[in-house]
Structure formats: C-alpha cells, structure tokens
Write a protein that binds this ligand. Structure first.
Ligand code: F6R
Length: 613
C-alpha cells in the first residue's frame, strides 16, 4: 500500500525522503512524489511509476530545504496519474499534505469545498485535507491546532503528514487505522509509515496509537491523544538492521526470505518453547495473557485471516481440532466481517496476520469482539494495529518480510499455531503428555529439518525448467496438506501469473479432473501420514488422463509409476509436515517466476499490506 516519509532536521531533506521511499517500495505503489520547503517555497516532483523515475527528475536540479514530505501512492480514489499523486497542496499553496488511507465521508467534504468554490486538482479524497487545513489556518489557527480541529470531521482511515509554508520547522501528523511511526534523531525528527524508511538514520522509534496527533520539530516531538491530552509514548530501540531488511546477497528478497526460514523458525519457536531440567518442553506465550481457566472455558474457535495467513489458519484448524478437541471454523476475514456467525462468550477468535494492518482482518476481529468473543492474534509486526484490538497476541519472529509473496511469515505462523494447539491440548487435558512432548522435541529440531529441506532447491529448479510455460497448474493435497495445496497455488498465481488451483485430492473426481490433459502439471503432496495411500490412489486417476505429476514426497518413499518428477523433503510427523512441504511450494513459484522473467518481489497488481477493504 502507500508509503509515507517526513523529515525535519539539519540535513537536506530530499535524499532522506527518496531513500525512505525506496525502503518502502516493497509495499507496492503506482506513483510517487516528494516536496521540500526552502525559503518559504515548496519545491518538489511527482511521477507515475517507479521511484527511479522520480530520482531521475532530480538529476539536474535538487530542491533544497531541511524539511520535506514524500509519498508512494497505491491508487484507490482516481487512477495513477500526476495529478492524483501526492503531495497535495491547498488552493493557495500554503499547506502541503501526504495521506494514506481513505476518507469515507469524502463526498460530503467534496461537496462543502465545491460550494465554497474550491476547484480540486485531483480525483483523490486526500487533496481535500490540504484545503480544509488552509481554511482552519485562515481562521487564525497554527498548523497543529488546525489539524486538531479538522481530524474529528473525518470518517475513515488516515496516516497523514502536513507542513505549512510559513512554519518552516514543523511537521504535523495524525494516525487512525493506518500505521505511522516517529523516528527520533539528534536534532532531527523522522515520520514514516514503516520502520525501514528511517532505519538508515535512527533506531529510536515511537509507534503511534490510534487517534494520535503529532507536532514535530527537529528537537521536540509532542504527541496528543484523541482527547487532545499531551501523552508520553514509549520509545522502542529497533533491534533488526536495515541490512536485514535488504537482500543479503540474494537476487531477490523472496529468495532471501525463503532461505531465512531455518533461522526465523528457530527464533520463533524458541521464543515460546523451553525445556526444563527434566527435559520436558514448556510453552509460554508472554503476551497471550489468557489464564488456563480461560483457555479451558472455550467451546469453539473461530480463525479469521486473509490469503496466505488464512492458509496458516486452515492448518491450525486440523491441529486444534485434533489436539484440543474443540470445533474450529477458519473464516476468510472479508467474508466473516459481514456474516452472522454464532459467537458466544466462550468463543475464542484468533486473527492471523503478518502485517497486523489488514483491514478486513481487523474489522472482522473488532466485530467478533463486539459480539462477545475473546480475541487474540498471531502477528509479525510489533506496534501494528491488530494486536492493539486483541486481548492477547503471539508474535511470529520472522523479521521484516519485504517480498510481496509471503513465505517466512507463513511458516512461522504455522509454527506458533502448532505450539498453540499443543498448549491448548495440554491445558484442556485432551492431548496425551507423551505425544505433546514428542511433538515439542520435533519442533525444537524443526529449524534443522527446514535447513535440510532447502536442499531440494536444485530439484525444484530442474522441475521448473519443464513446467514454467504451462498455462495451468493443479495442486493437490489432503488433510493437513489441503492448505499446503492452496498455498502452493496462491504462490504460483501471485508471482508467475499462471492460473493455478489448490484442491483436496479426493475432490478431483467430482469435477476438476475434467481439466486434466498432457499439458497439465499436477503438484501432489505425498508425505507420510493418514492419507498417503489415498493420495496415491487419487494420482492414479490423474495418470489415466495423461496429467504431468510432480510429487513432493518424503525422502525414501516409494511412489508408483504415475509420477514424472519428484521433489524430496525430509520425513516429519504428519502435524509438522505442512511447514516442511511449504518450502518446495515457495521455491517452485520462485523459479517459475524467474524463468518467466517476472520480478517475484513485486508482482503486478499486488501490495504487501492491504489496508483497504
Ligand atoms: C500472499 C500474501 C497475502 C497475505 C494477505 C494477508 O503471499 O502475502 O495473501 O497473506 O494479504 O496479509 P496479512 O498476513 O498481512 O494480514
């Protein structure tokens, strides 16, 4: 989605803004713009397309000034165009703003401006903010007072920055349902929609709360809450480096993130799992804050998530039902938010989200809470919105995920949900201790197993050579690998633009098998578990229709003649096999994408964090 950077300090603002926007490129955008203030004049540029184009525009002249704001836009109101790109100026050009989010009452606001004879230069909802700020300032209020007076008139979401021509050392900001952070430097202040934008300059960061308004100058930052009271917000020291958010020598972020999985799985699992002196695995979720008695009181679980996170939730459904003997519904958040689910005080809702900002997931969760459920979440981003709406949170420790297609966030989500299912089973007395202990010992070893799994890369690369130009793919799995099949198909669709479907293997004969012919690659999950022989039989049906079968199979497993290509992965228990089987899914999509000369990090039409409905 959109990215925001603001700077006020002692350096030239332009390079800070351009660098910052580059570090936010991963969020997806279609146009970009920056503006600085120098000698009471705003100077800047906007471009449709990549930030590189914006940079080119500054090859022969560079606006001076030590204050500025910048923006990458992902179109919502009005197509990508020069006029619609941010920053936007007020009619008299005294105020400039950048805005992420949507003003839901924009028609009403637009009408008010039209009646006063203001001609809008863009089709955006955002531009109106600049005009209203101008009016407030004309009424005698300085920029911060103007913003404070204006914000209550907005409905919707905003992360916004504003600057004024005659207030050369001030940037003001507001946040609601759109992320915004403040970075504290030595005599300089940064504002941004995400940490990577400013990490080159400072590690000291304040995560703003919903409704906060900020008044920033180089040496001071004042934060006002939604009631207008001045408040203190804690300063966090960012532990991860920008280097970590960069490609680390790999050609693409996606490949780097796939390869990071042994490490981030170790970080995530060992954040919550310790072995005591007697060798018994103990699980502790410090931010979950649900007492055992509360966990015992639940009679139903509803999981809410979107896309890849929903697939992680589907894996959890199988595990929670088996280990904790609780009925689990795994719902797409965009559907759940408008449904009439049966929610009681004994319902536990679990939102699963990498970014913590997905609008549908957030709204579904808020609604479930209003209906009386206890809500917790699995999230990767500290300080993001969704954990704030929850009674408890389990963080995945995946570090920043830059590639649009989620990889390490998925496997770490499945890992913490597996730990949670075991914990719930233990607390409820439905999982035998021997089994729980065996699973925990296996989880402890899982990072090493995933490292070994990455060894299948060469096999996957070979397979990709044969199938990169197939028009369609089918992914088949059963039981815990039905979600693996869905995830494999989603990865392929996202970054190769090949049509792919994930299906439960046993369902093929009820319709989709009509699609199969000798141009049709079928990726099948064949790992040891209760449904292995069943999937093998299902593959016979594909073989009989001349489909091309690519088997992702446990090492050493004998498969019959049906299979053309094999990709081998290490043996695990059935419960942990979705994490291991996800790796070849990610690698296959990655290699096919590269073979088709697509940039896997920035697939068309997609954004990293979907903060609109
Ligand atoms: C796919 C992908 C998306 C996200 C979905 C939810 O690779 O990344 O499907 O999983 O948009 O995002 P989060 O997890 O941030 O809520």
């Amino acid at each position: 989605m959109c990215g925001i950077v603001g700077y006020v300090g002692h350096r030239g603002a332009l390079p800070v803004l351009i660098n910052g926007l580059k570090h936010l490129e991963y969020r997806g955008y279609d146009s970009a713009g920056v503006l600085t203030l120098h000698n009471s004049v705003f100077e800047g540029e906007k471009k449709v397309g990549k930030i590189a184009l914006l940079e080119q525009a500054f090859q022969h002249w560079q606006p001076a000034g030590t204050l500025g704001i910048g923006h990458t836009r992902w179109a919502t109101h009005g197509p990508p165009s020069h006029a619609n790109a941010h920053p936007h100026l007020s009619a008299d050009e005294s105020v400039a703003i950048v805005h992420n989010g949507i003003l839901e009452n924009y028609l009403e606001l637009r009408h008010e401006l039209a009646q006063a004879g203001v001609e809008l230069r863009s089709e955006t909802d955002s531009e109106m903010i600049a005009h209203f700020l101008q009016w407030e300032r004309e009424a005698g209020h300085d920029l911060i007072a103007a913003l404070q007076r204006l914000v209550p008139r907005f409905e919707g979401s905003w992360g916004l920055l504003a600057v004024a021509r005659d207030e050369p050392h001030r940037i003001v900001a507001a946040r609601k349902d759109s992320p915004m952070i403040v970075g504290l430097g030595e005599n300089e202040t940064f504002l941004a929609s995400d940490v990577p934008a400013i990490l080159e300059y400072t590690r000291r960061v304040i995560y703003l709360e919903e409704g906060d308004i900020v008044d920033a100058n180089p040496s001071d930052v004042r934060i006002l809450d939604r009631e207008g009271r001045e408040v203190e917000r804690s300063v966090h020291e960012i532990q991860w480096s920008l280097e970590k958010a960069q490609k680390g020598g790999e050609p693409h972020f996606m490949r780097k993130e796939i390869k990071e999985q042994p490490q981030v799985l170790a970080d995530t699992i060992h954040a919550y799992l310790r072995f005591d002196d007697t060798g018994v695995g103990r699980i502790n979720f410090p931010d979950l804050t649900l007492a055992d008695a509360t966990l015992q009181s639940f009679d139903r679980v509803v999981i809410a998530a979107c896309g890849t996170a929903w697939h992680a939730g589907l894996v959890a459904k199988y595990l929670i039902e088996e280990f904790a003997r609780l009925p689990v519904e795994c719902q797409l958040a965009s559907e759940l938010r408008y449904a009439e689910p049966i929610i009681t005080p004994n319902t536990l809702v679990i939102a699963v989200t990498q970014s913590g900002e997905t609008e549908d997931t957030k709204k579904a969760l808020i609604r479930m809470r209003e209906l009386g459920a206890t809500a917790v979440c699995v999230c990767n981003v500290l300080g993001s919105s969704i954990p704030r709406e929850c009674e408890g949170v389990i963080y995945t420790v995946a570090g920043p995920e830059i590639a649009v297609a989620s990889t390490k966030a998925y496997t770490t989500q499945v890992a913490v949900l597996t730990l949670f299912a075991i914990h719930l089973g233990r607390v409820r007395g439905t999982l035998e201790e021997e089994r729980a202990s065996a699973l925990l010992r296996e989880l402890d070893e899982l990072p090493a197993v995933v490292r070994e799994t990455l060894g299948c890369d060469a096999q996957v690369e070979e397979v990709a050579k044969y199938c990169s130009f197939a028009p369609n793919f089918m992914y088949l799995g059963r039981h815990v690998h039905f979600p693996t099949a869905l995830e494999g198909a989603l990865k392929l669709k996202e970054i190769t633009y090949i049509h792919a479907e994930g299906y439960p293997a046993g369902e093929m004969k009820h319709g989709p098998i009509a699609l199969v012919d000798n141009t049709f690659p079928v990726v099948a999950m064949l790992t040891k578990g209760r449904v292995l022989s069943k999937v093998m039989s299902n593959l016979k049906e594909i073989e009989a229709r001349n489909g091309i079968i690519i088997a992702v199979k446990t090492k050493g497993l004998e498969v019959n003649g049906a299979v053309q290509y094999t990709i081998e992965i290490p043996e695990t228990s059935e419960a942990l096999s979705p994490i291991v089987a996800a790796i070849p899914m990610q690698l296959l999509a990655y290699h096919v994408s590269v073979n088709r000369q697509i940039d896997p990090d920035k697939p068309r039409n997609l954004a990293k964090s979907v903060t609109v409905e």
